[in-house]
Ligand binder design. Structure first.
Ligand SMILES: Nc1ncnc2c1ncn2[C@@H]1O[C@H](COP(=O)(O)OP(=O)(O)OP(=O)(O)O)[C@@H](O)[C@H]1O
Length: 295
């Protein structure tokens, strides 16, 4: 179990992580969602022992991971900068990763390098943006680390490479369950992988729950304008749009069975809201009042 208690990260006057308390059960895939600058990388850096919190604690199975060699070896943190030597060839980078990590699977690393068509003779400095990201995915997945943190690893990867990444991640996770935290802005693409969703906003925890529970927070109601408005009255409306006489509102809050039945009887259509749409609504740009109300 990973436990964060009142975790705070500051850079001078900037509060990047603002007193987050969170428990992560082992062997699940977590989606960490937050708008730009919301504190995701800062939070993940502390989790991976790359940075000490300014206040609060992190423990992994009751132990502080900071400068704990065994726990650090058991954590793979892949981020934009990759933390490899640019002049090294891919073969050397993979070899080095294997020496560092007891759980490294060299055969799987070779398989992944083939999947992403990485030429082991190329130097890291010669890789394109997408190829660098693919190398990050190889390092992150072949590490088979009990705690695997992938912080926006897809940057520059084309749609085919990203699809291969999601496929490989899911297959390897099913064969070798471990705790995986994915931070991403391509939410809808990856949402199918998340078992739990963590949303942070301006450094604070907005919510942490099962993805199914999260999805049930929103419902899109479509139908004749008057009927939709009558149904939406008194509920929290996250968004609305109209086309001719047809109106659609996105409502916040799960509907009870009898409410859903009443909506259908009134000629309304109910549809789930995508994780990304819900996230966008919940963390609406410039709408501090809304996110505060949801805390
Ligand atoms: N090294 C640093 N020095 C000063 N401020 C920093 C530093 N790193 C991050 N910040 C600030 O801390 C806040 C959180 O940044 P962080 O990178 O953790 O957010 P993020 O959610 O990962 O953002 P993004 O989605 O844009 O990558 C931002 O206001 C950012 O400007």
């Amino acid at each position: 179990m990973i436990s964060l208690r009142d975790l705070t990260v500051r850079y001078g006057d900037t509060v990047a992580v603002d007193g987050i308390t969170l428990d992560l059960e082992p062997n699940k895939i977590y989606g960490l969602l937050g708008r730009n600058g919301s504190g995701k990388t800062s939070l993940l850096s502390v989790l991976a022992s790359y940075r000490r919190p300014c206040a609060g604690t992190v423990t992994i199975d009751g132990v502080d991971p900071f400068e704990n060699a065994a726990l650090m070896r058991a954590t793979a943190f892949v981020r934009d900068s990759l933390d490899v030597t640019d002049q090294d060839r891919i073969a050397k980078v993979l070899d080095f990763a294997g020496r560092l990590r007891p759980t490294w699977d060299a055969g799987y690393a070779e398989h992944l390098a083939d999947v992403f068509e990485l030429d082991r003779r190329r130097r890291v400095s010669a890789l394109s943006r997408g190829q660098r990201s693919s190398l990050g995915v190889v390092l992150g997945l072949a590490a088979r680390a009990p705690l695997t943190i992938l912080d926006e690893v897809y940057l520059g990867m084309d749609a085919g490479a990203r699809a291969a990444f999601y496929r490989e991640l899911l297959a390897d996770y099913l064969a070798h369950p471990r705790t995986i935290i994915l931070s991403t802005h391509l939410i809808e693409e990856v949402a199918g992988l998340f078992e739990q969703v963590i949303v942070i906003d301006r450094g604070r925890l907005l919510l942490h729950e099962d993805t199914d529970t999260f999805r049930a927070r929103g419902v899109a109601v479509t139908g004749p304008a008057a009927a939709v408005e009558a149904f939406a009255a008194g509920r929290t409306v996250l968004g609305e749009q109209s086309l001719g006489g047809v109106r659609q509102v996105t409502l916040y809050g799960a509907l009870a069975d009898h409410e859903a039945e009443a909506a259908r009887t009134a000629g309304l259509t109910l549809a789930p809201v995508g994780v990304q749409d819900l996230f966008v609504h919940l963390t609406a740009v410039g709408d501090t009042a809304r996110t505060e109300a949801l805390r």
